[in-house]
Design a protein around this ligand. Structure first.
Ligand SMILES: [Zn+2]
Length: 209
């Protein structure tokens, strides 16, 4: 379904997959689990969409499980942050294994891909990154935060490599001007995404009762 003009949400079995149309080609953000490629490809066929690039937010099984199949079927290039690339290539081990895939485009903080900006937001994993679209005022955040009940929450600490670094990354995202926040788990937070993120950052400063 189209959640914003030219921004599609494909619901995977565990996580969300987004397709972002740009003037220079379409970007798929993550590829779900090994069971999701069929759903992704059928969505592409139904709407007559092609993808130029697959942006991988991070190398967790529910985001890259479908990567090999989607890359093979679409011929799209795979792009990810330099600190995440070794996990995707299988040079470094992850908790839950998936089929390794070669990375074609290695990214750094502030890089531009098809007109969108890469924001390095480490913590959940070393190379976790967000993709910021200044024109649409939206950001795809991977597992930096998730949505539930209209609010944004940090991942359970046990799922993140360094949850406190992740908090710093959440605060870093407030430096960007956006309205819509697209998480990998839960619903897109449209219009007040940045406000909701700010509430979360403020909650980090409250002493625990
Ligand atoms: Zn994750």
């Amino acid at each position: 379904m189209e959640v914003l003009r030219g921004v599609h949400l494909i619901r995977g079995e565990v996580s969300n997959i987004y397709l972002i149309e740009t003037g220079s080609g379409n970007i798929l953000v993550d590829t779900g689990t090994p069971n999701d490629p069929e759903k992704i490809l059928s969505y592409l066929r139904t709407y007559g969409l092609k993808i130029e690039l697959i942006f991988v937010t991070h190398a967790h099984w529910d985001h890259v499980g479908g990567l090999k199949a989607v890359k093979e079927f679409t011929g799209a290039r795979v792009a990810t942050h330099v600190d995440e690339a070794p996990y995707i290539r299988g040079e470094k081990a992850t908790r839950r294994r998936f089929e390794p895939v070669d990375v074609d485009v290695v990214l750094r903080d502030g890089d531009s891909v098809l007109g969108l900006t890469v924001i390095h937001t480490p913590g959940h994993t070393p190379g976790s990154s967000c993709l910021f679209d200044s024109e649409r005022r939206m950001v795809a955040v991977g597992d930096l935060v998730y949505e539930e009940g209209g609010e944004v929450h940090e991942m359970l600490h046990q799922y993140s490599r360094d949850p406190y670094m992740n908090r710093e990354s959440i605060a870093k995202l407030l430096l960007y001007d956006f309205d819509h926040l697209l998480p990998s788990h839960g619903n897109p937070v449209l219009r007040n995404g940045r406000e909701k993120l700010k509430l979360l950052v403020e909650s980090f400063r409250q002493p625990k009762s």
